[in-house]
Design a protein around this ligand. Structure first.
Ligand SMILES: [Zn+2]
Length: 155
C-alpha cells in the first residue's frame, strides 16, 4: 500500500514543483521587459515600410522590416523608464508608439533607427549627421515641436 502511494504521489509532486518554478521564471522575465499595460499589437501601415527604407538609406544599415514587432499605446504618451514617452524601442525588435504619434515620421523613424543600430542612445552619426531623426536635427513634419520647453520624449 505504501509502495503504491509513493509511486503515484512522488511524480505528481515533481510536476507541481516544475510548474511553480516555471511560473516564477515567467514572472521574473515578465517584469524585466518593458510593456505598457494597454499596448495593442499593430499591423504596420504601408507607409512604415517606406520610412524603414529611408532609414536604411540614411544610416547605411540594412535589416528585414518584418523583424520588428509593432505596438500602439492609446493616447498621446505612455509611461516609460525615462518618464513619459511617445516612442520606445526594446532590443528584442519591439517598438511602441503612442497612438497620436503614429503619423509622425520622425518619431517612428527614430525608433526604426534604434532597431537598425541595435542599441539605445543616440550616437552621431547616424543620429543627426546622416539621419536627422532627433528633435534637435529634424526639419520635417512636426519640427516646430522642438521649440517647446520639453519636446515629447522618444526613447
Ligand atoms: Zn532614442
Amino acid at each position: 500500500m505504501f509502495l503504491f502511494r509513493d509511486s503515484v504521489h512522488r511524480p505528481m509532486r515533481r510536476v507541481l514543483g516544475l510548474t511553480v518554478t516555471m511560473l516564477l521564471l515567467s514572472g521574473l522575465t515578465g517584469c524585466s521587459r518593458f510593456e505598457p499595460e494597454a499596448s495593442l499589437r499593430l499591423v504596420p501601415p504601408a507607409e512604415f515600410e517606406t520610412w524603414w527604407s529611408k532609414t536604411e538609406q540614411c544610416s547605411g544599415l540594412h535589416a528585414s522590416f518584418q523583424r520588428v514587432q509593432w505596438y500602439v499605446v492609446p493616447g498621446d504618451s505612455f509611461s516609460c523608464p525615462g518618464g513619459r514617452c511617445v516612442g520606445h524601442w526594446e532590443d528584442n525588435h519591439t517598438i511602441y508608439i503612442a497612438e497620436d504619434w503614429l503619423q509622425n515620421e520622425m518619431v517612428v523613424r527614430h525608433e526604426m533607427l534604434h532597431d537598425l543600430i541595435g542599441h539605445p542612445g543616440h550616437p552621431d552619426p547616424p543620429f543627426g549627421d546622416g539621419c536627422p531623426l532627433t528633435w534637435a536635427t529634424w526639419g520635417g513634419d512636426g519640427a516646430s515641436l522642438r521649440a517647446g520647453d520639453a519636446p515629447p520624449r522618444i526613447d
